[in-house]
Design a protein around this ligand. Structure first.
Ligand code: XMP
Length: 518
């Protein structure tokens, strides 16, 4: 992954916070790249790093063999920052003593800074402030040439440094990258700006310029296809590629009949304002609904939808003629996930996205967002003039409303859910809660209950409302929506959606539940 930015390389030893380190550094407008700790020396050097950060990790240095590149890295004049496990690794390699704690330490600790230079320069008028600890091992003796910069009541060596002959090494026992560490961002800024001397030049407009140039170079005069789903990622990827190559790009939107109300119309409206935007909206509802008929099993539904999507996209791509490239909205977390130091995780749900197309289509893939995190993609979307509504819209799963209809999917159930879902969405937007909620939607349950409407007995469907707060969708809490908002949306749904006589609110967090019901 060669790059013309100034880079900070983060070597990932498996910490759950590694992505956060990268985020913080990019917030300081410096480009950062995460590499697995198993990377070769050549891979690390190819990025020409201006600084290297060793992340935390679950292992103990007393048990694990140090990576082969470590001696070579230590010989170079590149500034180093070791965090938690990274600190212990550096300490051990440089001749310090690392001990196993009798008492592991997780959570808040009060750090007292005794050396207010370098990393701690100007970070706080107070010498003591809260930091976040998460470690088993700790440093018992600093390596030769190191001095202590800070301590906590239970950790005498909470930060240390060695600044000799042009070589600068800093180590922190706590995690500056997590929000619970006061002044953590300032500490990391000091590392990248002052110690590594990186210019704060990583901005969305510099990224935009460079990426447009790269896309033009790669594509030349050839043709490109992009599957638009209406989500933030594919919309920004499409807008960016269109900015670069105009009508050489054709976007295809497959209407699978499982979309929210007005979805395709809204998308068409946004992109119709782009000059020369080649946009094909294709309705494949019948194919999808036929394939889904009588299928109630969630995994089977997901697999069928994935397969139908590929069939539909393949057909539409062929209709365009000779196309050589496919644009995908892959983001940096997906890239890291696939190269991560961690092992494969169990399949909870088969995910399918616009990207997963078969190799036989022989399209070369362009992933213009593969260096970006989600909030950076949103900023880029703003830069490209996409409407706020689109940039901040909630995630919507590839299999759409099908995984929000428990039991089999029929046109009648889809119509019911779509109507109710639109009411939920509207009420949450009107109440001003949309931006603080990660996702809000309705789920149609496969049971019926007794009710009474206008003196008549009813026996109709139950609808669940799901709203969660989350940072990344990996974990989530149910949203504490005010009761009056819940009352309004329940009332509106039961009055307006025929076939529904009861609304319930889902109060489960993830884990142990998931966000989507299927
Ligand atoms: P779960 O239900 O696993 O969802 O807690 C986590 C997040 O992923 C979204 N989701 C999907 N997104 N394709 C997607 O692009 C899918 O197949 C898919 N399934 C779930 C879900 O909406 C939530 O944001």
């Amino acid at each position: 992954m060669p790059s013309c930015h100034e880079n900070i390389v983060i070597l990932d030893f498996g910490s759950q916070y590694t992505q956060l380190i990268a985020r913080r550094i990019r917030e300081a407008q410096v480009h950062s790249v995460i590499l697995p700790s198993s990377s070769s020396l050549e891979t690390i050097q190819a990025l020409n790093p201006k600084g290297i950060i060793f992340s935390g990790g679950p292992a103990s240095v007393t048990e694990v063999v140090a990576p082969s590149w470590i001696s070579a890295i230590l010989e170079k004049d590149i500034p180093l920052l070791g965090i938690c496990y990274g600190m212990q690794l550096l300490a051990q390699k440089l001749g310090g003593a690392v001990g196993c704690a009798e008492r592991r330490e997780f959570g808040r600790a009060d750090l007292t800074v005794t050396d207010e230079h370098d990393l701690f320069k100007g970070v706080s008028p107070q010498r003591t402030f809260p930091v976040w600890m998460s470690h088993g091992d700790h440093i018992e003796a600093v390596p030769p040439g190191f001095s202590i910069m800070a301590h906590t009541p239970s950790v005498p060596i909470a930060a240390m440094k060695s600044v000799t002959n042009g070589k600068k090494i800093f180590c922190l026992q706590f995690h500056p990258e997590v929000v619970h560490t006061t002044n953590g961002t300032a500490i990391l800024r000091n590392f990248v700006h002052d110690i590594c001397q990186c210019q704060p030049s990583w901005t969305m407009s510099s990224f935009l310029q460079k990426t447009v140039h790269d896309i033009r170079e790669t594509v030349g005069t050839r043709r490109v296809i992009c599957g638009l789903s209406g989500g933030v990622d594919s919309s920004v990827a499409a807008a960016l590629t269109h900015h670069a190559i105009g009508k050489q790009l054709t976007c295809v939107f497959i209407d699978n009949g499982l979309l929210r109300k007005h979805e395709s119309a809204q998308l068409e409206q946004v992109f119709s304002s782009y000059a020369d935007f080649q946009f094909r909206i294709r309705d494949h509802t019948d194919d999808f609904l036929r394939a889904l008929a009588h299928v109630a099993n969630p995994e089977q539904k997901r697999k069928i939808i994935g397969r139908e999507f590929i069939k539909a996209f393949d057909k539409e791509a062929k209709a365009i003629g000779r196309v050589e490239f496919l644009v995908q909205g892959t983001l940096y977390p997906d890239v890291i996930e696939s190269i991560s130091a961690k092992g494969p995780s169990a399949t909870i749900k088969t995910h399918h996205n616009v990207g997963g197309l078969p190799a036989r289509m022989k399209l070369k893939v362009i992933e213009p967002l593969r260096e970006l995190f989600k909030d950076e993609v949103r900023k880029l979307g703003e830069e490209l003039g996409l409407p706020e509504d689109m940039i901040h819209r909630h995630p919507f799963p590839g299999p759409g409303l099908a995984v929000r209809i428990l039991g089999s999917v029929t046109p009648e159930r889809l119509a019911m859910l779509r109507e109710a879902d639109a009411i939920v969405d509207d009420e949450i937007r009107q109440s001003g809660l949309y931006r603080e909620i990660w996702q809000v939607f309705a789920v149609l349950l496969p049971i019926r209950t007794v009710g009474v409407m206008g003196d008549r007995r009813t026996y109709e469907h139950v609808l669940a409302v799901r709203a969660v707060t989350s940072v990344d969708g990996m974990t989530a809490d149910w949203a504490k929506i005010p009761h009056d908002v819940l009352a309004r949306l329940s009332n509106r749904i039961i009055n307006a959606v025929s076939g529904v006589n009861r609304v319930v609110y889902d109060i489960s967090s993830k884990p142990p539940s998931t966000i989507e019901w299927e």
